[in-house]
Design a protein around this ligand. Sequence first.
Ligand SMILES: Nc1ncnc2c1ncn2[C@@H]1O[C@H](COP(=O)(O)OP(=O)(O)OP(=O)(O)O)[C@@H](O)[C@H]1O
Length: 483
Amino acid sequence: MASMGRFTVGSHVWVEDADVAWIDGLVEEVHGDELIINCTSGKKVTANVSSVYPKDVEVKRCGVEDMTRLAYLHEPGVLRNLKSRYGMNEIYTYTGNILIAVNPFQRLPHLYNDHMMEMYKGAEFGELSPHPFAMADRAYRLMMNYGTSQAILVSGESGAGKTESTKMLMQYLAFMGGKVESDGRSVQQQVLESNPVLEAFGNAKTVRNNNSSRFGKFVELQFDQNGKISGAAIRTYLLERSRVCQISDPERNYHCFYMLCAAPPEDRERYKLGDASLFHYLNQSNCIKLDGMDDSSEYIATRRAMDIVGISSDEQDAIFRVVAAILHLGNVEFSEGSEADSSVPKDDKSQFHLRTAAELFMCDEKSLEESLCKRVMVTRGESIVRNLDSRAAALSRDALARMVYSRLFDWLVNKINTTIGQDPTSKLLIGVLDIYGFESFKTNSMFSRWSKKNIQKKRLIGVTSSLWTTKRFLISLRRNQGG
Ligand SMILES: Nc1ncnc2c1ncn2[C@@H]1O[C@H](COP(=O)(O)OP(=O)(O)OP(=O)(O)O)[C@@H](O)[C@H]1O
C-alpha cells in the first residue's frame, strides 16, 4: 500500500519521521527496496519503500476543500492538506460526502450564527465551504426529497470535537424543522436544553478533555410530512460505570458529584456533605477543581436546566439524594468480623457513612449492611447466605454504587424523553449518533451492534473529528453498507 508506483532518483516523497510523523524530500539513491532520501529539513534518511509515499507536488499550498481531489489519498497527503487548511482557520474539510472537523480549540462564533444557517439553507452540497450545516442540510433535504430517514454518524477520538459537532448539527436541524409552539417550549428547544443535564451526569474531566462525554448518544428527531419536528428521543448507551468508583490522576469523576459538594450550605447540610476531597470516590485523584469551571454555579445551572426539562423539585431532591448516598457509600470501609471470612463496617466513621447512605437511599441500615457484607445464593428454591470478607464487601459496595448510578442515569434519560415526547405517527426521522469511544474498541463491535439495530434502514452520512479514525470509520461504513 505504501509505495504506490516505483520510486526513481528525483521522485518527490513523504517518509515517516519519529518526531513530526511525515517529512517530505527527494529520492537521491535507490538500492532495491532501500531509498536514500534528502529531506527538506536537511536530514538524509535511508528508508524502505514500504514506509515511503509519493508526494503530489502540484497540490496548492492552501490545500483542497474536498480531499477526493488529491492525487494521492494517503495518510501524509491527508494530514498535509488538513494542516494547510487549519493554518488558514479552515477547520472543516470534505472527503467525498464525509466531513472532517479539526478541533480549533477556540470559539469561532462567526461560523455558527443565523446568517451562516441562512446561507447553507438549500445550498447545493459542495457549493459552499465544508461545514456541519451543509451535512445537516443534506440530510434534511434527502429526507424531504426521497421520504427516507437519515442518520448522521459523528466519530472521533476523545476531545476531537464530536459533541460540539453534534450540537451544530442539532442547531441546524432545529433551525430547519423548528416549530413555534404556542404553549410552552418546542421539541427542538427541549432537546437542546437537555444537554446540560446529561453533561452534568454523563461527562467528566479526562486527560484529553475537561468535559468528556462518557456515554454514547443517539438523538432521533422525528418530523411530520411538512418537515417540521414533531417529536424526539434521546438514546444513550454504554455509560462508563467504572468511573463512579475508580478514577486516576488527573481525571475526575462525573461532574454532578463535585457540583453537589459545592452546593449552597443548606443543600450540603441536607445531604450531609462536605468538601469533595473528603470522599473516597473523588479523592483518588488529586484533581478536584477544574480551571474555568465553578462547580457551585454549575450546580445552580444544572438545577435550572432540570426545571426546564420538566424534572420537578421533588424529583431533583431524589436525584441528588442518590448522588450523595453514593458518595457516602464509597466512604464505608470494612474490617474483619468475628466470624471466619466475615466483615463489618470498620469504625464509627464508616458506620456514620453507612447510616447516612441508608437514610438517603431511604432503606433500612441493617439491610444495607447485610447486602454489602453477605451474599445470598439461591439454589433450586433454597437460599444460602454466605459471609463476605472485607475485600469482597468493598467490591460489593462498589458494584452497588455503579449499579445505582447507571440506573439513575437511565432514569434521567427516560424522564427527559417523556417530557420531550415522541411522535408515534412520524415516518421520517434524522438520527445523530455521537459515537464515543470508537477508537478505544479493538473491534468495531459497538458500531456494528448499533448500525445493525438502529441505522441500517436509514441513509448514512458521516462527520468525523479525527483523522486517525477516519480510515477505520470508512471501512466500517463500507462494511455496514455491504460494500
Ligand atoms: N468547533 C469547535 N469550536 C470551538 N471549540 C471546539 C470545537 N470543537 C471542539 N472544541 C473544543 O474542544 C473541546 C472538546 O470537544 P468535545 O467535547 O466536542 O470533544 P468530544 O470529541 O465530544 O470528546 P469526548 O469523546 O471526550 O466527549 C470542547 O469543550 C471545546 O472547547
